[in-house]
Design a binder for this molecule. Structure first.
Ligand code: ADP
Ligand code: MG
Length: 553
């Protein structure tokens, strides 16, 4: 009911639209973003807990992985979604550190809120955060230690640190070893001396029914398929292999064409014609010289029979991802039109059949490509295991190509906080307070690591700061003993690139939220998820019914 009077500004928003301004807008946004950060905090670190996520179809995921949790949470608050994006960027860029990035973003906003309450302008806060983020990343580079791809020991520590507290934990030593060897197997040195990790040449194949410790690294590809015909040969020391994405079946058009058959003769003729067509297709394969065909499409029964008689091994409905990986492993093209096949399309490789596991092992002539065969007792176990292994693979790959590591267990955060507080002295005006707030926010990581391990976070932070003031850059938290220790010596090391990325994206997300002073929503602005303590959604009534309850009974 808009009673517009002359001279009043025209209302340009719809009746259901809502608008929140200035401090209310900031508080609203900050509390939404913080709610997201709170949701993942309890999973941080080796002693973090898992979450069980049940989707609308009733499917269950049990995970400790920050980005998985946030993606499955089905968040529909726009501000909260910006924080979820932090996690996704972190996952894409670094493959790890998602929980840390989101938790720090939440803490930055909490500390920003205090500054805003002291009437510090949001621009001063965002400027200070930006300065702090840049300075922190410079310091990361100074603190980082160099690592080269042959340093298996350090790389294994990096892998183990990323796996601690995840599904991969129980067998982490064996799995870390596999991960490191897998990455070393797909690393090449570029002309400029840098190391390039080609993850396209690495594939994870998951299987249930055995324990994780039986997982193995194989050179080449593993294809989880059976031959189409039991009379086919299954093992070749040196085979000519065809990768085919074209069905070995009667062509569709011929099947669809209505044929009116009036006599048994005609029927026979028709069948003969089909048979002949299949025969011709098989002949094309025979003439190319192929011993083995991995076909992404179907293979007709009759063609299967012909292929078997020719002594050719054929596999149908090969997974698209498997065929693509075979292409890398064998250095062969994928033929999409059987009519055009020639001997030049074939690759040489060996094939070995594992009858018990119903697998083929395929290796290329000049072997590149490795498969990590990952075992877990059940589907849920193997899924979480795969997430953990994927993280470890990304982390080790990043470490190899970036070549730098940092002390973990909160050590790097405490060191950065110390250096940021020094740096704050050189920053003038109110930005100085924001730089200090940034330092405090980084210390959330050791605090939460301690909390999640049931330790006294205040005492430990005091100890950690003292150790760092005394020049012990690697002093971090041993969450198992509750002691402060040299984390590098203890083998708790992280990749520098992920940390830089986490700091940058947490700062950017916080600044993005802080710069908003006006929320204009076309519809109902209700918060999804629960709000924590103080703030809550300001102006409680915002979630009002936008009218229109439909007058029907
Ligand atoms: P994220 O998603 O941020 O990677 P994690 O749950 O993997 O979250 O926890 C990472 C944090 O746990 C890092 O700060 C890392 O240094 C710390 N951490 C990992 N292993 C250990 C350990 N053995 N002792 C102490 N801290 C550890
Ligand atoms: Mg991690």
């Amino acid at each position: 009911m808009s009673q517009r009077m002359q001279g009043q500004p025209m209302i340009i928003m719809g009746e259901d639209a809502q608008r929140v301004k200035d401090r209310d807008a900031q508080e609203y946004n900050i509390s939404a973003a913080r709610a997201v950060a709170e949701a993942v905090r309890s999973t941080l670190g080796p002693k973090g807990m898992d979450k069980m996520l049940v989707d609308s179809m009733g499917d269950v995921t049990i995970t400790n992985d920050g980005v998985t949790i946030l993606q499955e949470m089905d968040i529909d608050n726009p501000t909260a979604e910006m924080i979820v994006e932090v996690a996704e960027t972190q996952e894409d860029e670094a493959g790890d550190g998602t929980t840390s990035a989101v938790a720090v973003a939440g803490e930055l906003l909490k500390n920003a809120q205090d500054l805003l309450e002291q009437d510090i302008h949001p621009t001063a806060v965002t400027k200070g955060f930006h300065l702090a983020s840049e300075h922190a990343r410079e310091q990361v580079d100074e603190i980082a230690a160099d690592v080269d791809p042959e340093d298996t020991e350090t790389l294994k520590n990096v892998a183990e640190t990323s796996m601690t507290g995840k599904g991969a934990e129980l067998e982490k030593e064996a799995l870390a070893d596999l991960v490191v060897r897998a990455i070393q197997g797909v690393t090449v040195e570029a002309e400029d001396g840098s190391h390039v990790v080609d993850l396209q040449n690495l594939k994870i194949e998951t299987r249930t029914g055995r324990s994780a410790g039986e997982s193995a690294l194989l050179s080449g590809a593993v294809i989880d398929k059976n031959p189409v015909h039991e009379d086919m040969p299954t093992d070749f020391e040196e085979a000519n292999i065809l990768l085919l994405n074209d069905p070995i079946e009667v062509e569709e058009a011929d099947v669809d064409t209505a044929v009116s058959i009036e006599s048994p003769d005609q029927l026979q003729q028709f069948l003969d014609k089909e048979e002949q067509q299949l025969r011709e297709k098989v002949d094309l394969i025979v003439e190319s010289g192929a011993d083995v065909v991995f076909c992404q499409k179907g293979i007709d029964d009759m063609a299967q029979h012909y292929l078997a008689k020719e002594g050719i091994l054929a596999v149908r409905r090969t997974k698209k991802s498997d065929l693509k990986f075979l292409k890398n492993v064998l250095d062969a093209p994928i033929v999409t039109d059987l009519d055009s096949v020639t001997s030049a399309d074939l690759a040489t490789g060996s094939i070995e059949r594992d009858e018990a596991e119903e697998l083929f092992y395929v290796e290329g002539e000049d072997a590149h490509g490795v498969t990590l065969l990952l075992y877990g007792s059940t589907d849920h176990v193997v899924d979480e295991l795969e997430r953990g292994i994927n993280d470890a693979i990304d982390v080790v790959a990043t470490t190899v190509s970036d070549g730098r590591t940092l002390p973990g267990g909160g050590a790097i955060e405490v060191e950065l906080a110390r250096r940021l507080r020094d740096y704050a002295d050189s920053v003038s005006g109110r930005e100085q307070l924001a730089v200090e707030a940034f330092a405090d926010s980084l210390e959330l990581i050791p605090r939460v690591l301690a909390e999640n391990a049931g330790l006294d976070s205040i005492d430990l932070l005091v100890d950690l700061r003292a150790a760092h003031d005394a020049g012990d850059t690697n002093a971090g938290l041993n969450v198992f003993t509750g002691e402060v220790e040299d984390t590098v010596e203890a083998g708790v090391v992280e990749t520098a690139h992920a940390k830089e990325q986490a700091i940058a994206s947490a700062a950017e997300a916080a600044n993005l939220v802080l710069k908003i002073d006006d929320i204009i929503a076309a519809g109902d602005l209700s918060t999804s998820g629960d709000d924590d303590e103080e703030a809550g959604a300001p102006g409680g009534g915002m979630g009002g019914m936008g009218g229109g309850m439909g007058g029907m009974m």
